[in-house]
Design a protein around this ligand. Structure first.
Ligand SMILES: Nc1ncnc2c1ncn2[C@@H]1O[C@H](COP(=O)(O)OP(=O)(O)O)[C@@H](O)[C@H]1O
Ligand SMILES: O=P(O)(O)OC[C@H]1O[C@](O)(COP(=O)(O)O)[C@@H](O)[C@@H]1O
Ligand SMILES: [Mg+2]
Length: 324
């Protein structure tokens, strides 16, 4: 049975991710279709604490589906970690008559949603991070676009590495997780990928592979380093010392977080935004919307946060086999 929901809030929090705008659009339009009004909370949880809020309607999200970033801005808000800040955020929701809140971000954002749910504000989390590091969901909004952006950049690097017969060591984002690095490394045909989740034998899996590659006619190499593995510069220095090959380091950095979202991110954001509004209408709280084998459903936040996600082992093995 649907609960009578009159007004909801939506916010984006933590690192931005391409597709967050598509999520906002989906939430606003799904709510409007049911005569539910929407308040946009700006700058993540700090918008709730400081009352930085805008009214939104179906027309205020026109044209944003194709835009990167987030029109509501985002922030990492330390005050939300204090009892006082949390209470202020909950009080704002009560004062504004917010019957439910949709919070798009990563694991930190879900902890905030969980804390607010405990204060009696119905909250639904939606996974939005380029890292794809949410254990309970196969997919997080932004991952596909970030992969494509990184691939486009590394393809360009390959041109110059090939011309100079060099080795390119590229650092890819992902915080403590290697999902982005593995996906990107596979797609660019990397010689090796340094991942936080897998031990790598430097001598056999990098140096020896490069040496054999050279004998077989490979004149250049791409090595991907996940930021959670360690410093790309250290890896490059070690490679140079062991092989004598001229190496160059590129840290892709925040460029990976920008750009127009891919079809995958626009569609997944639309599905998840719709599901989040439905969940609030069904009277749910303290849940996170997830993709489970490409079926969009929801799960208890605490249960979701307790789950971990290993690298795709089949992909890892395939990559190890073809990188010769
Ligand atoms: N334990 C917590 N309780 C309340 N709010 C939290 C908690 N952890 C994180 N948050 C809020 O969520 C925000 C986003 O978390 P962060 O870890 O920076 O990014 P992400 O959501 O992308 O993982 C934090 O800046 C903070 O405002
Ligand atoms: O934007 P900042 O604060 O420099 O943070 C960089 C971090 O944010 C990310 O881009 C995304 O992480 P979150 O989604 O958890 O915020 C990480 O890959 C990276 O380690
Ligand atoms: Mg995170």
């Amino acid at each position: 049975m649907d609960k009578q929901i009159r007004r909801i809030g939506v916010l984006t929090s933590g690192g931005d991710a391409p597709g967050m705008n598509a999520l906002i659009r989906s939430v606003v339009r799904s709510a409007s279709a049911h005569d539910i009004s929407v308040l946009g909370i700006r700058r993540g949880y700090s918008g709730l604490i400081n009352g930085d809020i805008i009214e939104m309607g179906a027309r205020s999200v026109d044209g944003i589906i194709r835009k990167g970033g987030t029109m509501l801005y985002t922030a990492r808000c330390k005050e939300m970690l204090t009892e006082e800040g949390l209470q202020k955020a909950a009080d704002t929701c009560r004062y504004l008559g917010i019957d439910g809140l949709i919070c798009c971000g990563g694991d930190g954002t879900f902890r905030g949603a969980q804390a607010l749910s405990r204060k009696g504000v119905p909250c639904i989390g939606v996974p939005g991070t380029i890292d794809n590091d949410i254990g309970c969901s196969d997919y997080t909004i932004g991952f596909d676009t970030a992969c494509n952006t990184a691939i486009e950049c590394i393809d360009k690097l390959r041109d110059t590495m090939q011309s100079h017969e060099r080795c390119s060591v590229v650092e890819v984002m992902g915080r403590r997780a290697g999902h982005l690095a593995l996906q990107v490394g596979c797609a660019v045909g990397a010689t090796a990928i340094c991942l936080p989740e897998r031990q790598l034998d430097f001598d056999t899996e990098i140096v020896e592979r490069m040496r054999i590659g050279r004998i077989k006619g490979r004149n250049h190499h791409i090595i991907i380093v996940a930021e959670g593995y360690g410093s790309a510069q250290d890896v490059a220095d070690q490679i140079h010392e062991a092989t004598g090959i001229d190496t160059r380091v590129t840290i892709l950095g925040h460029i990976q977080r920008g750009g127009s979202p891919s079809a995958m991110d626009r569609v997944m954001a639309t599905r998840m935004g719709y599901a989040a509004v439905r969940a609030l209408m069904e009277g749910k709280t303290n849940r996170v919307v997830v993709s489970d084998n490409n079926i969009v459903t929801d799960i208890d936040i605490e249960e979701g946060l307790a789950q971990s996600k290993d690298l795709n082992q089949c992909l890892f093995e395939a990559q190890q086999t073809v990188a010769i």
